[in-house]
Write a protein that binds this ligand. Structure first.
Ligand code: 3HC
Length: 283
């Protein structure tokens, strides 16, 4: 199956990154969100991310313009009628995702693959909202998308081999590395990463060490590029909490219980970098 036209649903941090890497690989991309202002913000994010490459001499200004031209903005879900692959990257809320997939299933051509960038939710359940569960798959990009090499590819219960192979090949065309995983809560990445972050938050709340010290131990002692509390702020504390809740309810095991301090921060609106304050303060 040939994939030429990609539609990305959601122009936030992840959606914009995904649109950018496909546009850089010369695909025709439609970037969709509910409101024009949000799509514009996504396009601005892409423009400034590409600008970094121009500044570093890795890309010419002309090439940057060409990449941007590969992306068409849209606020109409009906644009899916022209897409071969649709990648959903909206908030981590099953009800919202089910509604979007139900709509996409009605609009997208029969051959189209429907992918989700969910970080922990069941691909099998998302697929159940459609009449084409064999064409539904997880395509989990890491943040920041233009930099991170991994794409976790998640097979739902009914995902066809052919669909997996198409997505695997596409991932390689993006100059990224596909890794195949099965559909379990948190997949591989967040099943391992989030409990580590959650434990770092318990370590902080129990007063074992200051936040800077916890981050320093993991950066210098384990060679992590960011300490776990800095990384939590980078990912978004609401997202971290949501993933912990998915692990907790999905496995029914208290070893995944979210740290109360994480809940408290989310309730206070301290969501990390995006809100200006999480464990650290950002200007
Ligand atoms: N767009 C384009 N390029 C970017 C970028 C962006 N948004 N952010 C960083 N870069 C580039 C920089 O230009 C720089 O490129 P260069 O090496 O060619 O000069 C390179 O990335 C390194 O950036 P910086 O020098 O600004 O900063 P750092 O060296 O601190 O690296 C980082 C930044 C790449 C974000 C690094 O700190 C890192 O790898 N952090 C960990 C990220 C991580 O763990 N991500 C996974 C999160 S979990 C996830 O996404 C799953 C989800 O489901 C929760």
């Amino acid at each position: 199956m040939e994939v030429n036209k990609i539609m990305v649903i959601g122009a936030g941090q992840m959606g914009a990154g995904i649109a950018q890497v496909f546009a850089e690989a010369e695909f025709d991309v439609i970037l969709y969100d509910l409101e024009e202002g949000i799509v514009k913000k996504g396009l601005n994010k892409i423009a400034s991310s590409l600008h970094r490459q121009v500044e570093k001499g890795e890309m010419t200004g002309v090439r940057r313009e060409e990449v941007i031209k590969n992306i068409s903005p849209s606020t109409l879900l009906q644009s899916a009628k022209n897409a071969d692959l649709i990648i959903e990257a909206v908030i981590e809320n099953m009800a919202v995702k089910l509604k979007i997939f139900e709509e996409l299933d009605k609009t997208a051509p029969e051959h189209a693959i429907l992918a989700s960038n969910t970080s922990s939710l069941s691909i099998t359940e998302i697929a159940s909202a459609t009449n084409r569960p064999e064409k539904v798959i997880g395509m989990h990009f890491m943040n920041p998308v233009p930099v991170m090499k991994l794409v976790e590819i998640i097979r739902g219960l009914e995902t066809e081999d052919m669909v997996y192979e198409v997505i695997e090949e596409l991932t390689k065309k993006l100059n990224k590395v596909p890794v195949e995983v099965n559909d379990y809560p948190g997949f591989v990445s967040n099943r391992i990463l989030m409990p580590m972050i959650n434990e770092a938050i318990y370590t902080l709340s129990e007063g074992v060490a200051k936040k800077e010290a916890i981050d320093e131990v993991m950066k210098l002692g384990m060679n992590h590029p960011m300490g776990p509390l800095t990384l939590a702020d980078f990912i978004g504390l609401d997202t971290c909490l949501y993933i912990m809740e998915t692990l907790h309810s999905g496995f029914g095991d208290d070893k995944y219980r979210p740290c109360p301090l994480l809940r408290k921060y989310v309730k206070a609106g301290r969501l990390g970098r995006k809100s200006g304050r999480g464990f650290y303060t950002y200007t």
